[in-house]
Design a protein around this ligand. Structure first.
Ligand SMILES: [Zn+2]
Length: 241
């Protein structure tokens, strides 16, 4: 099930969302008013869990206007929807270089469309500038995208102080805490996460709460592990976290 909403409508752009209530990620659609170009942020899992073609129809977006797709990280619930749209269009696909290999393998025929990005990459679309911040922790190549004071946070942080899991391949809780620290210093007002509800004001409070929760989760994990492995220095048991 998905809900379709227009979240932002200002002089330069509109931001729409397809909010998912199941396994699929949320999908965000950014329309640049100067050029009419459309940018997607993540694509959802695709059928049967979500349907991007149907979402675009509901949001009255012509698929041919999509020029780029920005991926927050490599997980299938955020990227599988690409397969559905790649049958119709050939957008540029941005993903961090550390997460790009897995995606390129899955999208063999479309791998030439993938642009592997680094820290502090900037994507210009008409009047809009989209800044990519490398925020590892959920995966090694996780990215948050920033437009003005809006943050698209992928699975780093969610509403109400939730944060992404770190027990999947390349996940790392101390990196996740560092990434949360970093984005907690930004002046952001709107938090558009990879799953669940969106936050349209005072996003910074939600991010700070997530940082606090992640720190205490890390502390408890360290204490439990030091009981099981009392002689090992913390660094050597880090891979268990
Ligand atoms: Zn994920």
């Amino acid at each position: 099930m998905q809900a379709h909403l227009t979240l932002i409508d200002n002089d330069r752009m509109k931001v729409h969302a397809a909010i998912s209530y199941g396994i699929s990620s949320n999908v965000y659609v950014v329309e640049d008013k100067a050029t009419n170009e459309v940018t997607l942020i993540d694509t959802g899992y695709g059928p049967p869990y979500s349907n991007l073609i149907e979402s675009l129809r509901k949001l009255k977006i012509d698929i041919n206007r999509i020029k780029q797709v920005l991926i927050t990280h490599r997980h299938r619930d955020h990227t599988n929807g690409l397969k559905q749209i790649l049958r119709e269009i050939k957008p540029t696909i941005y993903i961090h270089k550390l997460d790009a290999g897995v995606l390129a393998k899955r999208l063999e025929a479309a791998k030439k469309l993938i642009v592997r990005i680094n820290e502090e990459y900037e994507i210009k679309v008409g009047d809009i500038s989209i800044k990519a911040l490398h925020t590892p922790g959920h995966t090694a190549g996780s990215i948050c995208y920033l437009i003005d004071n809006i943050i698209f946070s992928g699975d780093l942080v969610f509403a109400n102080g939730s944060f992404g899991r770190t027990d999947l391949p390349t996940g790392n809780i101390s990196d996740l805490i560092d990434s949360l620290k970093r984005i907690s210093k930004l002046e952001v007002n709107t938090l558009l996460p990879g799953h669940g509800e969106v936050v349209l004001k005072n996003a910074n409070a939600h991010i700070k709460l997530a940082l606090k929760m992640a720190k205490s989760y890390f502390k408890v994990k360290k204490e439990i592990l030091s009981r099981f492995f009392p002689t090992k220095p913390f660094n050597s048991i880090k891979s268990f976290l």
